[in-house]
Design a protein around this ligand. Structure first.
Ligand code: SAM
Length: 294
């Protein structure tokens, strides 16, 4: 899978590529990442990428021309041109959007172009999974007040937000999306099951067993993860839960499931609405709710 990042701060990503799972995924060739420096698509002495907003108001706006040139360099044409029938004359676009083949001559699939934006659809694990089905994803990082809206209309397939807050730029958001997505690509994690059984993992229905507890020792997805413990068995005056030390795997699964339900009920009760809950799960939830009322 290939990610391409368009940014005015390419150096932002340097350390990000060099550590942990992502650096191994890059080394194994499971993920490729390209960074396009928007300033290299400018033609003035000051390498200007921004301009004042039409209509006045605060801040600056990323100019359309360097962005359009960055897309052309990636072989991505404006969407409106692609949608035209073969025999239609190519329209004149004021300001001269650079012509590009968009892969149509090479037969390549058009990359999926995402604009990082506080106004976009909220990023979730489900969207990360969806992105892994794409071969090539371009992430456009805004700055200042954002990018000229015509670039959004002409080139972007969707806007994605990483949360209900405003960042100074799209770089952190792009890094978050790449991190969450690449770890779901088969082969990236040492044990692929890890991503199915952590918070927001695969649907419970896919992994539930007849004894109503997920098969994995790690617990199941859709819900939040359960707490983890490692050696020593006692730390800071607190003991690791006895059940985890006694080797009874059914008991461990049962305990972990209950912890997941407790945590999800406490922090993200909304997730329970879509989770595939077994009869046993519902009994545990009722017991937890009853406990709270006592
Ligand atoms: N004027 C914009 C607004 O009110 O929505 C905010 C612009 S913000 C200061 C600059 C850039 O940061 C945006 O163009 C976008 O690329 C990025 N950004 C800010 N918040 C974001 C979020 N929650 N998710 C993804 N990208 C974000």
């Amino acid at each position: 899978m290939r990610f391409e990042i368009v940014t005015i701060f390419p150096e932002f990503f340097t350390g990000f590529f060099e550590n942990g799972i992502l650096s191994r995924a890059l080394a194994k060739g499971l993920v490729e990442i390209g960074v396009r420096d928007l300033r290299s698509f400018t033609h003035d002495r000051h390498r200007t990428v921004d301009d004042r907003p039409f209509g006045g108001g605060e801040g600056m706006v990323l100019k359309p021309e360097p962005l359009a040139e960055a897309f052309a360099a990636m072989g991505i044409a404006p969407k409106l041109l692609i949608a035209l029938p073969d025999n239609a004359p190519t329209p004149e676009i004021e300001g001269g959007v650079p012509d590009s083949s968009a892969g149509s001559e090479t037969g390549a699939i058009r990359p999926h172009v995402v604009l990082m934006s506080a106004q976009g659809r909220p990023f979730t694990q489900a969207i990360a999974r969806e992105l892994t089905t794409r071969e090539h994803v371009v992430l456009v990082c805004g700055r200042y007040e954002g990018i000229d809206e015509r670039i959004n209309e002409l080139y972007c397939d969707e806007e994605i937000s990483i949360g209900d807050y405003v960042l100074s730029g799209g770089e952190l958001a792009a890094a978050v999306m790449i991190d969450a997505t690449m770890r779901l690509i088969p082969g990236v994690l040492g044990n692929q099951a890890s991503s199915e059984f952590e918070s927001f993992g695969a649907a419970d229905a896919e992994i539930a067993t007849t004894d109503a507890f997920p098969r994995s020792q790690h617990g199941a997805g859709g819900l939040l993860d359960y707490p983890h413990y490692t050696r020593p068995a006692e730390f800071g005056g607190l003991k690791a839960p006895e059940v985890l030390l006694n080797g009874d795997h059914l008991q461990i699964r049962r305990w972990r499931r209950e912890q997941q339900l407790r945590k999800t009920l406490a922090y993200r009760p909304d997730l329970l609405e879509d989770a595939a809950l077994s009869k046993e799960d519902r009994k545990i939830l009722s017991a937890i709710r009853a406990e709270k009322q006592d």
